[in-house]
Design a protein around this ligand. Structure first.
Ligand code: NAP
Length: 535
């Protein structure tokens, strides 16, 4: 029977893992190599080897109500989008509220995790840790890996002939901290993910010129949605997800394309994505205005470098470059873990429900938050932790290995269909669908139809409102008495940080909410009518 659990990493996923273990009566020991909790949300001036590293200006790209964990809403006065220091504060409040610190060993690096010699019988793991000069070996009943996805930079130097001769400075986006030291310099940023675009907008008023190179373009959204509300309040809803699943894919893509181009025409700005959703969309409001002002110049993929210049696939080049920033993302690697446990297939991944390795016989390890949703990671991480601890306790049964492998095949087909490629994107999921699926496995998914009849206001909020985590505490194991009230008061917490002039309280504009949902609603009605007529 599982009792002791090693949790590796004390970012928000690690904290949720410790809390979930305690909820299930397990005994967690969490190891964190740095001297404080918070993981990727903890800004430091220096880059620490093997740890995540962010820039000073990083602001969350999900809003606070969507980023709150299921039984711990963010303080009312927190802003709607969180600068990294604010989310770190939330992590600390969370740890303090649930008294998690006594289970966390700081400055302790996990060097090695191996299956125990009698693993096939007991499922136990041998964990070797290091604190200063002191090494320890401990046997655990289960392991939760919460080390995050952003520690091992992708440095694709082989993709750029001549880069070794380049005389200027070359760095990865994880080494970028502040726009200091770039005055008057010509900077090329390679890669149009969130990091590349954030850094280009951060730098462009200091540098003499910023060039942003993208091979595939990308879909860019703003944080500001209808009525100035955080965009994810209307975008990440169960209703929208339901419509997307029901209407033909072409219609759904057309609608996403339309929302994407509402703020600016991606084609006109030369960043139209090759395939609409094949890449994670990004959130940035400054990019279009910086391109309009000429502070950022878009370029296609780089073909080669010389000592001082970069050449691009359209035949153009930029001379006298001073700095190249590779905003080329991260590898997912587990350097401390026995290799045979990880058998990543680039198309399928290796994790059943993105948590449990399909080839393993004993259900005593969980990979938490190795996932790419279009939505906040931490909410998924928390539900994965609740799922995993139920699994450890034997309260959730895994299907056979064959069924788990079939599940990976189905998932691959889904990604191929929806994201138009399955290659290298095994971590991607549909946010609402994935959460509901895990919730359903552990009996915490709200029954919307029933709620529509018994508690219609709540039911309505859960169907048409943002997909917030508190709903997974309304019923079932881990039920929280405060869940309903917290759902009903989300508007107050959203509005509070905006009411800093003490003006009269406003209320949500039903017209704005309705307007944002109208196209989806019409599609849904047309589709239902078509099905009825046909049937
Ligand atoms: P990323 O999303 O993986 O993007 C890396 C980009 O680098 C790719 O999209 C690609 O861009 C380019 N690239 C990759 N390999 C390349 C190669 N061999 N040659 C040339 N270009 C290559 O990485 P990221 O931007 O660092 O983001 C990592 C994660 O952190 C994401 O999930 C992101 O959402 C998150 N993040 C969040 C925030 C925030 O919350 N504010 C900020 C930063 C990052 P092209 O297709 O354009 O060439």
């Amino acid at each position: 029977m599982v009792k002791t659990v090693a949790v590796i990493g004390a970012g928000i996923s690690g904290l949720a893992a410790v809390k979930s273990c305690l909820e299930e009566g397990l005994e967690p020991t969490c190891y964190e190599k740095r001297d404080d909790i918070g993981g990727v949300w903890r800004f430091t001036d220096n880059v620490e080897d093997g740890s995540p590293s962010i820039y000073k200006s990083l602001v969350s790209n999900s809003s606070k109500e969507l980023m709150s964990l299921s039984d711990f809403p963010m303080p009312e006065n927190f802003p709607n989008y969180l600068p990294n220091a604010k989310y770190l504060e939330y992590c600390k409040l969370y740890a303090e509220n649930f008294q998690l610190m006594k289970h966390i060993k700081l400055k302790t690096t996990v060097c090695n995790v191996q299956r125990h010699s009698d693993f096939s019988l007991t499922g136990k793991w041998v964990v070797v840790t290091k604190n200063g000069e002191e090494k320890n070996t401990t046997v655990f009943d289960a392991v939760m890996i919460c080390t995050g996805q952003y520690t091992q930079p992708v440095l694709p130097l082989d993709s750029f002939p001549g880069i070794k001769n380049f005389k200027g400075e070359i760095l990865h986006s994880r080494d970028y901290k502040k726009p200091v030291g770039y005055d008057g310099k010509k900077v090329l940023i390679i890669g149009m993910g969130n990091s590349g675009v954030d850094i280009s907008t951060d730098l462009c008023t200091k540098a003499s010129q910023v060039y942003l190179s993208t091979r595939r373009g990308v879909c860019v959204f703003r944080r500001l949605g209808p009525d100035g509300l955080p965009v994810d309040l209307s975008f990440t809803t169960r209703f929208r997800s339901l419509v997307q699943k029901t209407v033909p894919t072409a219609v759904s893509r057309m609608m996403i394309n339309q929302s994407m181009n509402e703020q600016f025409n991606h084609g006109l700005y030369n960043i139209q994505p090759e395939c609409l959703l094949s890449k994670e969309p990004l959130i940035n409001e400054e990019l279009p205005s910086r391109i309009l002002a000429g502070l950022i110049i878009m370029k296609p993929g780089v073909t080669r470098f010389t000592e001082t210049s970069a050449h691009f696939s359209d035949g153009t080049s930029v001379d006298d470059l001073d700095v190249v920033i590779l905003a080329t993302g991260y590898h997912v690697k587990f350097p401390f873990l026995e290799e045979s446990v990880i058998n990543v297939d680039n198309n399928k991944g290796f994790l059943y429900k993105k948590i449990f390795p399909v080839n393993l016989q004993q259900p005593t390890i969980a990979f938490i938050c190795f996932i790419q949703p279009i939505g906040p990671l931490m909410v998924i991480a928390e539900l994965q932790c609740r799922w995993a601890t139920r699994l450890f306790k034997g309260l959730l049964k895994l299907p056979s290995t064959k069924e788990m492998k079939d599940h990976l095949d189905e998932d691959e087909m889904f990604r191929l269909h929806w994201f138009e490629t399955a290659h290298q994107n095994w971590r991607r999921v549909d946010y609402v669908q994935y959460l509901d699926n895990l919730a359903s496995d552990i009996n915490v998914k709200p029954n919307i139809l029933k709620l529509m009849l018994t508690d219609p206001v709540l039911g309505f909020k859960l169907l048409f409102g943002p997909n917030i985590a508190y709903q997974y505490r309304l019923s079932g194991p881990g039920k929280w008495a405060g869940a309903r009230k917290t759902i009903m008061t989300q508007w107050d917490r959203m509005e509070k940080p905006l009411r800093t002039r003490g003006m009269k309280k406003s209320s949500p504009s039903p017209i704005a909410v309705f307007a944002s949902l109208l196209p989806w609603f019409l599609c849904f009605v047309v589709l239902c009518a078509a099905i009825l007529i046909k049937g």
